[in-house]
Design a binder for this molecule. Sequence first.
Ligand code: DX5
Ligand code: ZN
Length: 224
Amino acid sequence: MTKHIKLSPSMMCADIGALRETLAIFEKHGVDYLHIDVMDGVFVPNLMLGTDYCARLRALSSIPLDIHLMISNPEPKIAWFAPQPGEYVSVHAESTKHLHRAIQTVQKTGARAFAALNPATPLSVVEYVMQDVSGVLLMLVNPGYAGQLLIPETLRKIRELRALADAKRLPDFEIQVDGNVGFENVKEITEAGADFIVLGSSAVFHKDYSLEEAVVKFKNTLIV
Ligand code: DX5
Ligand code: ZN
């Protein structure tokens, strides 16, 4: 039985002027989550999406949120996003001195917790929390901007993380990948062990296709 690959369009890439139409296409074609890149201009050199945007999306769509916190000192701010059961909140290991406590804070809201790692951060950083989280978000690009190119060494990182999860007998451990995942590389990325894909400008928001064409094309890419 082929594993279900979860799809999570990166809403920072969405046309804000066509939000309702965008959400209607995602609901029609059945994406799993909406990826919300939250950036504070301190942890990453960009400002992006916030608590009100999350609240508005929840009012406009039934697709659950997948909130990627690229912010400094995340613990006291997690509640600001009112995470819901069934949603995900990713906390960067590099953004806090107390990753385990941040994970507990997310889980107390009823949401699922991911630990997130920047490309250069070794897997050893999450080794002692792997049994506590739902999975790990691996950045394949340096966080902050869409449209960047994948850092090749991150492919090996996906493989090594899947091997680590298997060695720890964590069959439901999820590996989310974020950054430059597209039509050409998604097969190699899922074969390496990723099962939760952030879809940005290389995928469903690709400039050469309409949104609906790109969603259909990407889903077909996964089938073959
Ligand atoms: C970058 C964000 C990604 C980005 C993905 O910091 O975390 O979600 O939007 O977009 P692409 O696929 O264009 O790299
Ligand atoms: Zn992201």
